[in-house]
Design a binder for this molecule. Sequence first.
Ligand SMILES: C[S@@+](CC[C@H](N)C(=O)[O-])C[C@H]1O[C@@H](n2cnc3c(N)ncnc32)[C@H](O)[C@@H]1O
Length: 259
Amino acid sequence: MTVAVDINPLLLAVARRMYAAERVDLYEFPVAPRDLASHALLRALAAPARAEPGLHLVFGDAKQPPFAPGSFDTVVTPWLVDVVDTDLESLAATVNSLLAPGGSWVCTGTLFFQQSDPAQAYSSEEVQEIVAGAGFESPQLQASRQPYLASPASRHARVEEVVTFAVRKQGEAELPLRPLPPWLADPRHPVPLLPEVADHALALRVRGYVASLVDGRRSLSDIAAKLVEDRLLPPAEATGIVRDYLLRLHDEARLRTGI
Ligand SMILES: C[S@@+](CC[C@H](N)C(=O)[O-])C[C@H]1O[C@@H](n2cnc3c(N)ncnc32)[C@H](O)[C@@H]1O
């Protein structure tokens, strides 16, 4: 049995139709189209044959995969470890827990870490250390340069260094503990006012105030003037900012009501 997991419903919907040997028509929008005809190209996707029985798709989160510990002989993470929004240390421990004793982890893709914390963008040596520290043998990394998003219809393409390793599980890993912050663990605990939260809260207050000034009579300029008068926005930027807020307000209102 093979289980394919992803968190993107579009990929899963396409994969389901590929597994069933159905055709999917999708438009390609090249990054740098060669000519007018290359701006939107209708592509037909089709697998050469129906998938073997025993291949299952699961819509799930790789950070908390919905499987019992020790369920798999092999876990493959293709192009995942540097895009998933968790630390490699935590992902490696999760992979370990999914594997039966002696199971294998095959990891392939770029090591171009996109995690928001720069401290989680690891060097090759750190990757080896983290994998070994998560209950695996020390990995030998193999690198090869491969074209990526190299469409014949585009003037722009990338070459990426793809790193692959395969390691056996040697022991259990300890999942790094991530305790809940106190204000989530105890509803009576004060919610901390972090600087980024304070900035965002101010922006929300201004947006809320702009929304409260929409009364069917005031114009965009009237609303901008009121915000300048209340010293909430600088005169030079008020009209542009209020315009953006009002556009967003209308878009969100339409989304809510499904118009
Ligand atoms: C670079 S793509 C690779 C797609 C595919 N695995 C392949 O090899 O062609 C990264 C994939 O990781 C998926 N992904 C990102 N975070 C995830 C998560 N937390 N759980 C499961 N899949 C995730 C994305 O939806 C995306 O499909």
